[in-house]
Design a binder for this molecule. Structure first.
Ligand code: GCW
Length: 724
């Protein structure tokens, strides 16, 4: 008997060690390796001597399992969870309604702050003994509390005096997958789509469960499964059954499923002759379709719609407008409390005004006309997910419409999944921007969380960077972008510094010697990509179609606003897009305070300079350099920043397994090569206009401009497939 015990123990230890060493990244930030020599290990063990977990629902059973697995792996011992809450309990995980009065008395007012999804983690005294309590008003809150507690232990935070109350500030915290039914992913760089439509509904891949766990651990509570360049087939019964199978998995993790609705679906799969939103039979078709969906998926979230944008069908095909289209779908969804998320990413081939102005011009007049269950989803900037964009002026202009933020987590314009770019830094910059809509302090975060305008419903969406790659995101550090997105959707006031800190500690180690330099590297990585791709407000100068690499020279596309030359406007005089009153006057879409600041090249923050101004090559920057020299030096700085990232990573080697270390080294080397490629190609091209030498300190390009222009990448990943 004794020897059997020994063998079991021996294998348990081995498996803990393997877990700790598993470097493939599949565990994300949830790797529950045995806690390294931790000053809190004793404390955690004391708190887990007798655990009571209220598990009287499916969701709570899932949460209990998560907790048990996590604790056992971290503490390296098996734990007994008691069925009864008793006087020996050291850790109590239970909803408010299951707590005894003596406990409730000490915390009852806290529950008012929790809403439907918040939780409390608090050490309380029961009869002179310390007890750790995780509580909430709902199952959902408990689930989030469990994940947070495990995170706190994983990142070695003392629990002995903990008093944490946390609740999400945003209602819909959503991933948008741009996944096609053939499993390709538009702008996806991490393999194929997770959704194995052919094997669904019967075959439930473990990945679906682990994906849901990861999302729940950071508070993501909604996913749109399909590409916004939509295929109507997803709304047919065969696919609804498959979607139902996924929804059944996700439900226990508090996640609602949304689908993208192709506006012309009534024609394509319904046999109607029109999709006119004001046509009664079209409305009836959608009503019926929605009721079919809710019959199978009672908590279905609703539709995400890209309409009359980049060739997608929409209400304008019938002389109607966005309000008509969105409200028609909202009418169908509202009996079930479903939502319409209507995208504002529109710019028209028939409109030759500045593309940056078009969404605002089209949507702002509709403020107040959308139904209550419509949210308008706006990209963070007015062009398209560039490494840096000023915040979208719509965020300061629609008081009566819930505006949902759309960030891009997948790195379409920031180096695919080969570049280490920590995007929460970008997200934070946008959320912290002041719209001045209701005076100073009217930040985008306050628009998004509804506090500025008292919105009844709020949301944040991120275009997912997840696929079938073993580590989910391609680049191990791209996991931090998924993580950080979720954290910011939960609390748009979190700092990127805090997020990086949490992620590094949960993913690698809590050792300061590792955490501090790696954090510094992550936090500077976003500025690096801006510098080596789009310094000083340059934008949209990537190559055609696949968007891989530089293409500032491209000028032959059918629509002017698809050509990079439209955006940089380089000529022998200078460079930049004049969006002041002497140009397109896009600045007038911002509040007066910003307009004034931005109209003047001397007062605009220089990171936006060429976004709003066309300036001579000899224009003097704040640091005394001419514009030409300044651009060149920024490109060079970006390259140096990547070199510094490599050094940082090399110095961290002793904390990493061979595999973990090498994987990132190889990726950083590609990043360096591509940073140089961007620098050289852009500078050689712009030099044909500036006619000036490269300043001292900027490396001479190794190739000619013609060489860079000749590069072709017909098989670059993430390329747009045929849409229908
Ligand atoms: O940036 C562009 C992308 C398209 C995408 C579009 C959008 C889904 O290049 O691939 O289409 O934005 O956001 O609709």
């Amino acid at each position: 008997m004794k020897s059997l015990k020994f063998i079991v123990l021996f294998f348990a230890v081995i498996s803990i060690q393997l877990q700790a060493q598993s470097p493939d990244g599949y565990d994300l930030w949830l790797g529950n390796s045995a806690i390294e020599v931790s000053e809190f290990e004793k404390e955690y063990k004391t708190f887990t001597t007798s655990v009571y977990f209220q598990s009287d629902s499916e969701m709570l059973t899932v949460a209990e399992q998560e907790m048990k697995n996590g604790l056992e792996k971290m503490l390296g011992q098996s734990l007994d969870f008691t069925k009864e809450l008793n006087s020996n309990s050291t850790l109590i995980v239970a909803k408010k309604n299951a707590l005894k009065t003596e406990i409730l008395n000490s915390i009852s007012s806290d529950f008012d702050k929790l809403g439907e999804e918040g939780f409390i983690i608090k050490t309380i005294k029961v009869k002179g003994r310390k007890v750790l309590l995780v509580s909430a008003n709902s199952d959902n809150g408990i689930l989030y509390g469990v994940f947070r507690l495990l995170h706190l232990m994983r990142t070695q935070v003392s629990l002995s005096e903990i008093n944490l109350i946390d609740a999400p500030k945003v209602d819909i915290r959503m991933l948008n997958h741009w996944d096609n039914l053939d499993r390709t992913v538009e702008r996806g760089y991490a393999g194929f789509s997770l959704w194995n439509w052919q094997k669904l509904p019967e075959y439930i891949d473990q990945r679906y469960i682990d994906y849901a766990r990861a999302n729940a651990s950071i508070g993501i509570n909604a996913v749109s499964l399909t590409n916004v360049n939509a295929n109507a087939l997803i709304l047919t019964p065969m696919y609804i059954e498959k979607v139902k199978a996924l929804a059944n998995v996700f439900r226990n993790y508090g996640i609602k499923v949304y689908l993208t609705a192709r506006f012309s679906a009534p024609i394509e799969i319904g046999g109607l002759e029109t999709a006119d939103p004001l046509n009664a039979s079209v409305q009836t078709w959608w009503n019926t379709k929605v009721s079919e969906i809710y019959k199978e998926i009672p908590d279905f979230g609703g539709f995400l719609v890209k309409a009359n944008s980049e060739g997608q069908p929409g209400p304008q095909n019938y002389g109607r407008n966005h309000v008509d289209g969105a409200n028609m779908l909202a009418t169908a969804l509202s009996p079930y409390k479903g939502n319409v998320i209507w995208r504002a990413f529109v710019y028209s081939e028939h409109d030759d005004t500045d593309r940056a102005k078009q969404a605002y011009a089209e949507f702002v007049p509709y403020d107040g006309r959308f139904k209550d269950n419509v949210l308008v989803q706006v990209k963070n900037g007015a062009i398209d997910f560039q490494p840096r964009e000023p915040f979208h002026p719509m965020f300061g202009a629609m008081e009566k419409t819930p505006l949902m933020m759309e960030f891009q987590i997948t790195q379409e314009y920031t180096g695919f999944s080969t570049h280490l770019v920590f995007l929460p830094k970008l997200f934070e910059e946008v959320l912290d921007s002041d719209t001045y809509q209701k005076g100073k302090g009217s930040t985008v975060a306050k628009v998004i969380d509804g506090s500025l305008h008292n919105n009844k419903i709020t949301g944040v969406a991120g275009v997912a960077n997840i696929g079938t790659d073993l580590n989910w995101t391609g680049h191990p550090f791209a996991q931090a972008n998924w993580y950080g997105f979720g954290r910011l959707a939960w609390d748009p006031y979190l700092s990127s510094n805090t997020i990086a800190d949490e992620w590094i500690k949960a993913t690698y180690t809590t050792n300061k010697e590792f955490v501090e330099p790696i954090k510094k590297m992550m936090l500077s990585s976003r500025e690096a990509v801006v510098n080596y791709m789009d310094p000083l407000g340059l934008h949209h100068i990537f190559d055609t179609g696949h968007h891989y690499g530089p293409g500032p020279w491209v000028n032959n596309l059918s629509r002017p606003d698809w050509n990079p030359v439209y955006y940089h406007k380089a000529d022998t005089e200078g460079i930049g897009f004049d969006r002041t009153p002497s140009g397109s006057n896009a600045t007038e879409q911002y509040a007066k305070e910003i307009e004034k600041l931005y109209n003047n090249p001397k007062t605009i923050p220089e990171e936006y300079l060429l976004w709003f101004h066309h300036l001579p090559w000899d224009y003097k920057l704040k640091n005394g350099h001419t514009l030409w020299d300044g651009i060149a030096l920024k490109y060079q700085e970006g390259v140096h920043q990547v070199e510094a990232m490599i050094t940082t990573w090399e110095n961290a080697k002793s904390f990493l397994s061979e595999e973990e270390f090498n994987e990132v080294v190889m990726l950083l080397k590609i990043q360096l090569k591509e940073a140089k490629w961007w620098r050289d190609a852009c500078l050689l091209y712009f030099q044909t206009f500036s006619q000036r030498e490269l300043p001292e300190g900027v490396e001479k390009p190794k190739e000619t401009l013609e060489y860079y222009q000749s590069l072709k990448f017909p098989f670059a990943p993430g390329i747009r497939p045929r849409w229908n």
